[in-house]
Ligand binder design. Structure first.
Ligand SMILES: *Cc1c(COP(=O)(O)O)cnc(C)c1O
Length: 469
């Protein structure tokens, strides 16, 4: 019998597999070696050069080594640099070296994390991560974990479990009877809730008329005085880490009121839930353990690679029942079957790099990582304040909102910062005012990076003044 693989022969065109993988690893190492000095945001010429990808699907195969060379030549210069130390856009997070390295190996494994029988190693590490994270984040014993792409999906899963559980308690079996005609539920959240929460609610069939928006205070926290009467038909959505100010809702009174009323509490803790794993910031999350479901990203504050979101649910059966899927050919049971905790079946094995990130840091390392991000944010705020910028938020975590004397100056200064290549920040609208938004969320950011970035802010403002004069 022939062992020849004619497809491979056609594609590889005399190249040996190992050579191609080594080429890819060499290019990755080359890229990573230049990481700290590359621009935080790609030059416009690099972005313009991406038009070279605009071609029709080739009629025939291309050599792998040529594909890699093209990607490295055109793709590498057109990347943003979240691991370079001076990228402060959105809330993106870098990646820890051990986690990236584990991912490189895991990519070679190509494991499907749907069922234990599909990947014993992925299942084992997922089970280990569940135990570690419930402990690290000090969540109730027995809390279940599901690994998804990000907090968008984690929030969808948490709210799904909540919606179904509340309806079940009303005597409505949603799996049998569906959503149409079900008793109405209420959703209470603050006007500062993240856009992905609104999207999740809409996917779940909860319309804006069913959402009661409470006021947020001047830091974007749920105004406790604005909490309406809750009941057993209510989902209360709270936030650990406002996407602009980094502020935390006051969980103790809010969660206690919800428990008392039999409401379901979901926490959007995309980057802020990690505050709980750091001695200096844990107080910000006091009372959060009283919630029912939590969403957090490992790819943000923890610095695991993309994409890695996590849903936690206090009542394991509520999450598993809401997501239930079974078929005779699926040998569920007897181990950690990851698909039971997510809406997906086939998934890449995120547990591998999540485990590597946690293993490489340990408890002390997570503490230090979170503390360092907060420290750099405070350094930013102090230095910018001293340089005459206005700091618009209380810097309690990793986010800093900055403005100049006028909105026009803020806008021009931000444009100059973005064009300057030293560092990169985005803009936002904060309480009706246009602001520069700094998010310190990469382990790679040093004190010197902050100093260099502050200097770039000052230069950018000088240029803005010069251009106006
Ligand atoms: C980033 C973020 C989200 C969305 O998370 P994804 O991982 O991008 O899906 C939701 N809420 C908050 C507060 C965030 O910062």
């Amino acid at each position: 019998m022939s062992t020849r693989n004619s497809l491979w022969d056609a594609l590889n065109q005399e190249q040996d597999e190992q050579t191609i993988y080594r080429q890819a690893l060499d290019q990755a190492c080359d890229y990573l070696a230049g990481m700290r000095e590359r621009p935080a945001f790609p030059a416009s010429s690099a972005i313009a050069a991406l038009s070279q990808f605009d071609e029709a699907l080739p009629a025939g195969p291309s050599r792998a080594s040529d594909i890699l060379a093209l990607l490295h030549a055109l793709g590498s210069p057109a990347t943003t640099a979240p691991n370079g130390g001076r990228y402060f856009g959105f809330v993106n997070g870098g990646q820890l070296p051990a986690a990236l390295a584990a991912r490189l190996l895991a990519d070679a494994w190509d494991q499907n994390a749907g069922l234990q029988v599909m990947s014993p190693i992925a299942a084992k590490l997922e089970a280990v991560c569940e135990v570690w994270l419930v402990d690290l984040l000090d969540l109730p014993a027995g809390t279940a974990m599901g690994l998804v792409s990000g907090t968008s999906l984690a929030t969808l899963c948490g709210l799904l479990a909540g919606r179904n559980a509340l309806l079940q308690r009303q005597g409505w079996d949603l799996r049998e009877r569906g959503l149409f005609g079900a008793p109405p539920l209420r959703v209470v959240m603050s006007s500062a809730a993240h856009v992905t929460v609104r999207r999740a609610l809409s996917i779940l069939g909860i319309g804006s008329a069913q959402i009661e928006l409470a006021a947020a205070d001047e830091q974007g926290r749920f105004d406790v005085k604005a909490l309406p009467q809750l009941d057993e038909r209510t989902i209360l959505i709270l936030q650990a880490g406002n996407v602009n100010s980094g502020s935390f809702d006051r969980f103790e009174p809010l969660c206690a009121a919800a428990r008392e009323a039999g409401a379901w509490v979901h926490i959007d803790g995309a980057f802020g839930l990690w505050a709980r794993a750091c001695e200096a910031t844990a107080h910000l999350t006091a009372g959060i353990e009283l919630a029912d479901s939590w969403a957090v990203d490992a790819h943000k504050t923890l610095n695991a690679p993309y994409d890695c979101g996590i849903v936690f649910c206090r009542a394991r059966h509520e999450l598993v029942t809401a997501l239930a899927a079974s078929e005779s050919y699926l040998p569920v049971g007897g181990g950690r079957d990851g698909m039971l905790y997510t809406p997906e079946m086939s998934r890449r094995a995120r547990s591998i790099e999540l485990w590597a990130a946690l293993k490489s840091l340990g408890q002390a390392g997570v503490d230090q990582l979170v503390a360092q991000l907060c420290q750099r944010a405070r350094q930013f705020a102090q230095a910018l304040d001293a340089a005459g910028f206005r700091i618009l938020n209380e810097v309690v975590f990793n986010q800093v909102l900055v403005a100049c004397d006028t909105e026009d100056m803020t806008r021009r200064t931000l444009a100059n910062i973005q064009a300057g290549e030293v560092c990169w920040c985005g803009g936002t609208d904060w309480r009706g005012e246009n602001a520069i938004r700094i998010s310190v969320c990469s382990w790679a950011t040093t004190e010197a990076d902050v100093e260099r970035s502050v200097a770039a802010f000052v230069v950018a403002r000088e240029q803005a003044r010069g251009a106006r004069a």
